[in-house]
Ligand binder design. Structure first.
Ligand SMILES: [Zn+2]
Length: 147
């Protein structure tokens, strides 16, 4: 991603986070939330450049924790957060969030991992594109994701 693109995406992140719940509802197409507590995992909204994928900050490093021990998991909870980010839904090469291991781009470039304290899952771009295709801004579709 060029610096110019990164700057623009960063501004979209700020813009989405600054919206009121009502404003968000007006532009949001699909939300993915954790089934247990309703934490927002990923949202797709209609922005100035079409479908924008917003991912809130996460305490978990995506896709890197398969098979981690309980001790590692506890250590990770004290680690720095992965910042919130935005990317275009139309660009598969930007589908993987900044901060995800480059390895995941190679091995799993068509899915992104979403996480909160209750859920950590891969979410495929194809699934999101399909959900978006039937969604309407103002009536966002909410998908609940189980661990
Ligand atoms: Zn949660």
């Amino acid at each position: 991603m060029s610096e110019e693109d990164a700057g623009r995406m960063s501004r979209y992140t700020t813009a989405y986070e600054a919206m009121s719940a009502k404003e968000r509802r007006r532009v949001t197409l699909v939300e993915y939330r954790c089934r247990l507590r309703g934490c927002l995992l990923l949202a797709v909204w209609t922005g100035p450049e079409g479908g924008l994928v917003y991912q809130p900050s996460s305490r978990h490093s995506p896709l890197r924790n398969t098979g981690q021990s309980a001790a590692e998991a506890r250590a990770e909870r004290g680690a720095s957060r992965f910042p919130s980010s935005t990317r275009s839904i139309d660009d598969p090469y930007r589908w993987v969030a900044p901060g995800e291991a480059p390895m995941s781009l190679v091995t799993d470039g068509d899915s992104t991992s979403v996480s909160c304290d209750h859920v950590r899952r891969a979410l495929s771009r194809a699934q999101v594109v399909e959900d978006v295709s039937t969604a309407r801004a103002g009536h966002p579709t909410t998908r609940r994701i189980s661990a």
